[in-house]
Design a binder for this molecule. Sequence first.
Ligand code: ZN
Ligand code: ZN
Ligand code: FE
Length: 763
Amino acid sequence: MEYKPERQRLLVQGAVQGVGFRPFIYRLAAEIGIQGWVSNSAQGVVIEAEAPLPRLEAFLARIESQKPPHSSIQNIQVESIPVVGTSADVVFEIRESSVAGNRSTIILPDLATCPDCLREMFDPANRRYRYPFTNCTHCGPRYSIIESLPYDRPNTTMRAFVMCAQCRAEYENPLDRRFHAQPNACPDCGPQLRLWDSTGHGMAVRDSALLVAADALRTGLIVALKGIGGFQLLADARNPEAVRLLRERKQRPEKPFAVMVATIEQVKTVCEVSAAEEQLLASSESPIVLLRRYDHDCVCAEVAPGNPNLGVMLPYTPLHHLLMAELGFPVVATSGNLSGEPICIDEHEALTRLKDIADVFLVHNRPIARPVDDSVTRVMADAECVLRRARGYAPLPVELPDALPVVIASGAHLKNTVAMSIGRQVFVSQHIGDLETPEALSAFEHALKDLQALYEQPAALIACDLHPDYRSTHLAQEMAQRFQRPLVQVQHHYAHILSCMAEHHLSAPVLGVAWDGTGYGTDGTIWGGEFLEVGADSFERCAHLRPFRLPGGEQAIREPRRVALGLLFELYGEDLPDLPQLGFSAAELVVLKGALARNVNAPLTSSMGRLFDGVAALIGLCRHASFEGQAAMDLEFACCDGVITRRSYPLNISSISIDWGPMVECILGDLAAGLSAAEIAATFHNTLIEMIVSVAARQKIEQVVLSGGCFQNRHLLEGSIDLLRKAGFRPYWNQRIPSNDGGIALGQIVAAHREYGRRLTCV
Ligand code: ZN
Ligand code: ZN
Ligand code: FE
């Protein structure tokens, strides 16, 4: 039989803009023989297709099965509409975007340079030879240049550049790789490089700017480079003097730096690389990957002092590729900021903020719309785990099983991210940082406004932390007042567990193991070694570490030996044993013991992060910490020194308060007996892993969720997963969203929905 033409209207939603989706539809329609048009809208890609039904069906099937590589389809709505019956010459066309309607389109992250663009850039015969802003629909900037939806050139920071005739022709040709590539540019019409000295005086332009910057690096100078999502500070990773200078100027004494390495082959000479790690390094997300390092001259010890791991990334923009090809040796590539401040994105601002750090500035005139740091990942338990989520990942949503009302969450105080839910999608912002400086606070406020401006959705609920003094809490309170919306304050560790449940679509009940440094508890003390039974609507604290005091409060976080003293005081009172490894003077001891005895500035905590600190100090690994998590890292590294032990310390888990006392006594005994730090550290880890399994057995809950910053510790995470599985439990851990406080905003959104959402209508 003959089929009559029918017409359908298709709305395709998901990551479908800026990935060559419309040209793909255009080619497909031409191939199958379909009339109509395709267009971008704020809701997604809209298609009107007219053809006999079997062709329409084939069209739909092939959209789903052959979609472009970086796209992902979440939903296709199909609607029958009246036949138009066009007989014009144009069978199928690509139409101008329409901007009306609710914004729900997914914004793509920035993508690493694709192989085709790379080939063109290194081909002397190509018109983009050595052009550092080469891109196409498969690669290049997205999130870092978009200012509003839909994703079209006038809505990006590329608006100021008028395409030349050749670029325009590529942009308009549906069969070209650069068809509607919004940042499309070439040496004739696009952004250009400049090199400035530290006063902003021009030194060179275009390719010679790059070559002079490379020379500067070779001679041990520090270069500030305007990358894709902000400035990076570069130094020769082989040169201890250069790296020391960078540490001094950046006021970052010990925290490890990441390095950029020219090729995957070179990475393999510096670090151990598994197949999963190699795949991650070469992915279009192109994150920093934490790898186990070898001793090798081309990365000096100053890059990551005392650290068996190294954060490594490959070049991911044409600019990085050109520079690294010129240099051929690894360079330190760290965020362009002073410690504690957000990454700098504007070249004029950089001259002020980075003038005391960098010797020369390699900049360009493509504006960056928002700061997007390099992401950090680690392969643990054979899975990619994102530890800092920014470039390449943000702002792709986490999809939930059910639609939520619009909730805005202000996140945590450290490693802050903010988030917004629209329908089933939660958009978690890029890593913003610790909210401890005025610059960081303004970046945080900016990110909150940015989310609301991009998606233009009024919030039904506002969520924040339970801590009464956090700036993120205050700002959420102000927003709730201003918009007249309910405010939900969410307990920090509950949010950690919910973030992981959301990622894995878990339903209650779960046993949540939330171990981190600090979080405000419902009893007003500092929590952090928590076992939470999460039910359908709420949670119950079913076990926690026995609380101890932190002499000096915040000061104890920077001085793990004070935590050790707090542990000993809790056990022995004023007659605590003499421990020279802590290095306290007699006078200091009197003051600190006095503070503990009188309970002055010595807050109570059940924090696992602090227990790590205290044990690290007790066994002589770390008295003072210059960055968060340093002592815990030392303890993790100590137990990876090839020591295999099945020993563990005694623990009593019969009550809600898990007593670490017998363990600390045994550690002191081991120290007296002359056991190595490696042996004690490994035994300590075994004890914690057994603690998790014992509590899980006591609570009789099959799903065990491991979250909180402590689970960035690979030894702890993998050991826990392993033992839980052997004991018949089902462990889950954060992968796409950080287990550290970068995941809190997601958890807050889920908690707000649990508390209020069911009473409100969903969008
Ligand atoms: Zn490309
Ligand atoms: Zn051009
Ligand atoms: Fe936390």
